[in-house]
Design a protein around this ligand. Structure first.
Ligand SMILES: [Ca+2]
Length: 576
């Protein structure tokens, strides 16, 4: 009897252990994230994190203390009680909110999404934090809130650091991604932890196949005719053009739909004895072309003291030089002969762009974020060349005024013969006063470049010059105005330390020509993929244009040998 009791206890313990280990891992997760194995682990900051499941954008905190709740060793702590980028809050594009913390997939999961579940619990003595789930089926361009998408964390009970599970049915097919958002909340302290995110596949059994669109979502330059189909035979497809979800009263699809303006097309399919399909959405954009940054700025929403977002998509077709980049939210400053503007790109639509690049075809919406004009890209731009420089605009401190339409905004500016009124070391995210011609100008310097080399260095105690970027920024108790954000390297005014062997090919893929910029004279040899040498040419230092119009489409190896050092480099070129 006694042996049996012990055995029973062991068996029960084993069973309990089994249940405990699996309690947090809902069945059928084809994507599971427990934040145990992250490429980065740091305090509140906007950053991309690589885990075994993929790349995530995490604006939150992952250094645990005794007040956090988590499985294993770590969860994500979401706060968002203010809008200061230094604490990791972000602006959710199109949401018009001041700040939020977020855990967002930067990749698509195949096979759709059945449900999303995760564990949550209040941090420390906090309570009432609200987290909500959104999903996207267009690569993160638009986010949709499923029904009953949010949950509120209860009052703190510390015993065992328990967390509760929240589950939301989503039921979308195809490629999809999710994010968990904690918006800024005022009132009581409402920080909470989120862990063990589980996403299941969509189960298509019994459902009509979701409608698909041809051509698909995207930006187009001329009118299109969209064909809608469902893989389920004889399904009835209904659609809307006003952004609403189709129902059984919506227009029935019979012939291709002509679309020539910005449109959200939604379709849903029905068939007798089956569950109706999920709603499919396609967004068609016909960007309005604008060829100068000055004209682009004039189209931005008015500054009314908050964050004003526009919905019209513009395409900048001029050529602007990238003068300054920041890691946070992939911010970039660009300038052409007419004006400058800031690119706000939290989801990283624009790739492979550096200071000194000349870029074009920037497509996105405009917003006025507390007086700072921004363009939020919806797709990648074209990189038209490299190593360009922009001269700084020389200003006096009285030009750093409170006019949000001041034409120096976002430009590379330079002030001379100024004296810092503060002493000590530079700190990030701080305001400093300057004196020029015996007049003191309050808070005209803002150390917004968090990764700047001067952070931690001594503030000059002598009369100095500053080159920086003009940012319109206000802070708690600090008037909103144009300020100078000092740059380490004098921005694009003087691009120094270019690797003499630096080589860039553009465009790549190419069709008629490729521009090769080198830091030294080079010998070019072009090889086919089979290794046949098909072209030899001597390149001079700087920009060289090579015709590829008679190359058959395919991949080529560009071997470049530095004439001074003999060092060789291979670059791949795609001809389309
Ligand atoms: Ca964990």
């Amino acid at each position: 009897m006694r042996t049996f009791t012990i055995l029973k206890t062991i068996l029960m313990s084993a069973l309990m252990l089994f249940l405990f280990n699996n309690v947090s891992f809902a069945q059928g997760c084809t994507l599971f994230e427990d934040f145990e194995d992250m490429s980065q682990n740091s305090a509140y900051a906007g950053r991309m994190v690589t885990t075994p499941s993929g790349e995530w954008m995490i604006l939150g905190h992952s250094q645990m203390d005794t007040n956090d709740r988590y499985f294993g060793t770590r969860s994500i702590r979401l706060r968002a009680n203010n809008s200061d980028p230094a604490t990791g809050a972000m602006t959710i594009p199109g949401e018009g909110t001041e700040g939020a913390n977020v855990i967002q997939m930067q990749f698509d999961k195949p096979n759709g999404i059945g449900a999303v579940s995760f564990y949550y619990g209040s941090y420390s003595g906090h309570s009432g934090g609200i987290v909500s789930v959104e999903y996207s089926t267009d690569g993160g361009t638009t986010w949709i809130k499923p029904v009953n998408n949010s949950v509120t964390a209860p009052t703190w009970v510390n015993a065992g650091r328990e967390m509760q599970e929240f589950s939301v049915p989503i039921n979308v097919q195809g490629n999809a991604r999710i994010r968990i958002i904690k918006y800024k909340q005022s009132g009581t302290q409402n920080t909470l932890n989120v862990d063990n995110i589980c996403v299941t596949d969509f189960n298509p059994e019994g459902y009509v196949a979701a409608p698909t669109f041809n051509p698909p979502s995207g930006s187009y330059t001329s009118a299109i005719n969209v064909i809608i189909t469902s893989a389920t035979e004889n399904a009835i497809i209904r659609y809307t053009l006003d952004g609403s979800d189709p129902n059984e009263e919506s227009e029935e699809y019979s012939t291709p739909i002509a679309i020539s303006t910005q449109t959200i097309l939604k379709a849903k399919a029905w068939k007798e004895d089956m569950e109706p399909s999920v709603v499919s959405t396609a967004t068609y954009i016909f960007p309005q072309s604008v060829n100068t940054l000055s004209a682009l700025r004039a189209l931005a929403p008015e500054f009314t003291g908050g964050n004003n977002s526009g919905s019209i998509v513009y395409k900048y077709t001029g050529q602007a030089v990238v003068t300054h980049v920041q890691n946070f939210n992939n911010v970039k400053y660009i300038q052409d002969g007419s004006a400058a503007i800031m690119i706000f790109d939290p989801t990283g639509k624009i790739t492979n762009v550096e200071v000194g690049d000349r870029i074009t075809s920037i497509t996105g919406t405009l917003s006025n974020y507390f007086g700072m004009l921004q363009i939020a890209p919806i797709e990648d731009c074209e990189n038209a060349g490299y190593f360009y420089t922009v001269p700084a605009t020389y200003i006096t401190l009285n030009q750093l005024d409170n006019d949000p339409n001041n034409p120096i905004q976002a430009k590379i500016i330079r002030v001379e013969d100024v004296l810092y009124m503060q002493t000590g070391n530079f700190e990030r995210g701080k305001y400093y006063d300057l004196k020029q011609n015996d007049i003191v100008y309050d808070s005209v310097v803002y150390t917004d470049k968090f990764e700047a080399e001067y952070i931690g260095q001594q503030i000059p105690t002598y009369i100095t010059n500053i080159t920086g970027v003009c940012n319109f920024k206000g802070g708690s108790g600090i008037p909103t105005r144009n300020r100078i954000v000092p740059l380490d390297d004098e921005g694009a005014v003087k691009i120094t330390n270019i690797n003499k062997s630096a080589i860039k090919l553009a465009p790549n893929p190419a069709s008629s020509f490729v521009n090769i910029v080198t830091g030294a004279p080079m010998k070019l040899e072009v090889y086919s993929l089979l290794g046949n040498l098909i072209h030899v040419e001597s390149l001079s230092e700087g920009s060289n244009t090579i015709s590829v119009s008679n190359y058959p489409a395919g991949v080529y190896m560009m071997k470049l040998t530095n004439s001074n050092t003999g060092q060789s480099f291979i670059q791949k070129l795609v001809v389309k």
